[in-house]
Design a protein around this ligand. Sequence first.
Ligand code: TPP
Length: 602
Amino acid sequence: MSVPLKRKVSLLSGNEAVARGMFEACVKVASAYPGTPSTEILESFARYEGVYAEWAPNEKVAVEVALGASMAGVRSLAAMKHVGVNVAADPIFTASYTGVRGGFVIVTADDPELHSSQNEQDNRHYAAAAKIPMLEPSDSFEAKEFTKLAFDLSERFDTPVFLRTTTRISHATGAVTLGERSAPPVSPGFVRDPAKWVMLPVHAKRRHVVVEERMRRLRVFAETFEENRIEWGDRSLGIVTAGVSYQYAREAFPDASVLKLGMAYPLPERLIREFAAGVSRVVVVEELDPYIETHVKALGILVQGKDIIPIVGELDPRIVRQGISGEAIPLREPEEVPGRPPNLCPGCPHRGLFFVLNKFKAVVAGDIGCYTLATLPPLGGMDTCVCMGASIGNAFGIEKALGKAALGKVVAVIGDSTFIHSGITGLIDMVYNRGFSTVIILDNRTTAMTGAQDNPATGRTLQAEATRRLDIPALCRAIGVEHVYTVNPHDMAQTEAVLKRELFREDVSVIITEAPCVLLPEHRKRKRPVYEVVADLCTGCKACAKLGCPAIEWVPFGPADAAASGRKAAQKGIARINPLLCDGCNQCPPLCKFKAIVEKKG
Ligand SMILES: Cc1ncc(C[n+]2csc(CCOP(=O)(O)OP(=O)(O)O)c2C)c(N)n1
């Protein structure tokens, strides 16, 4: 990215604005694991010159790398989606004790409404639990400014700082004033200080006292922090709000008095009291949990919140207006848009695996990735999905619960990136504790679900350097798995044969399905065949439709069509392959026993 220093205002998404803020704050080291809605922070930052940005194998490692960089006196940041903080919580809670040297910021990108997540947790609680201050921007402009502020606060108070965004902040674009880079007050170099960096109980005990003293100073700071501000208006209604909810509240009640909190933790008690005393009715407008509301109530202030504002899902100006005013505001007429259930892409290698796996009627302990879409009909191929890496542990637990009866009936499926993220330890458990379930690693050469990021098994870094490629089969063997096989999931006959053998083996097996994601540029560049249905041979049996491939369409016959074409009256229609969608994966031709699916010539 060429950095437009001369242009002073740019339209940036919240994620791009955070990256710009990192650049202006002279961040040296940034580490992340992809996850919607946070992914583009590192992707944008990596394009600036002279910075180091990496994909870590998981969020815990990302935080450890960034903390290490901070220990060595440079500014650093770790970014993740909300559930990533669960994975990274261990180093985060103790980083609160060690504090920092170079400014250290952790971005938690929350996902109210679960646009792309397995839960809707509210990570403001993490700030309070870990005793780490948290800033909450309410648009792209603030996303950049708060990022810079977070680094200043981190160094000033010797603490990691959370920057919390939500999907609408991360992905919406807004005007951002671009600034110059300003050098941080610290300089690189590791200074030995075991009492600060080595968290033995004897040291940690003293650091806890430091943390509490820091919290006391931060509480004082919060009272005069200029991003906690009162906007006086009509005093009959006072809204306390933060983040994107501030925009909704302002739009719904442009004349109301508003206390906008730029710092979600710690909260400014005196300012809240002053605000509440100046208005006749106080309402907290916040998405998800009654986090601010609980705090305000603890101050003995009469306040409304989740009794009138939903606790589940995102808000919008209509919901806020309706909740506070009590008037029923009708929804706009829904647009006439045909429903489009999510589906695996045409030619996706995962489809071949799940089609075959279905034949075995096994319990499929699943995981998170594109392949989770195989849960939906017609594949209906996944029975559990909890969090990244859970499939292998879940499968082993099911095996242990069922005992010998589980032989041939329990399978774990997990993507390459997810296996590296947090599946490896589950596999070690299965080997160590003498399991016999089958683990299938779906290696599509990328982290597809979040937009095709590189990972340790792709041989390329975030900053597009060639690197050593993690050898997944060798890794599995090193763990102690004796039966490791690689199959091409588009070759469903071969995949079925290997599954049939391994499912019933009284020992752990790993089957790696290896075929590139169809969206990878190197795959798209390859010349691929296109298949077509020979209309005269198609009997309308729909065997091919069981794949659920979006390229296979169904053309129903009108009342006269069957007779006119000389077919059996029972035939309801024929299959057709959309040549624009067909990826030439060759999964469907073997399914047609009438040999009606052939390669299109010319
Ligand atoms: C703790 C956590 N971090 C990140 C994510 C976001 N996420 C969901 S699946 C996934 C990786 C998917 O990649 P892979 O396992 O290779 O499967 P693919 O999508 O390529 O089939 C990521 C990063 C998440 N859900 N949870």
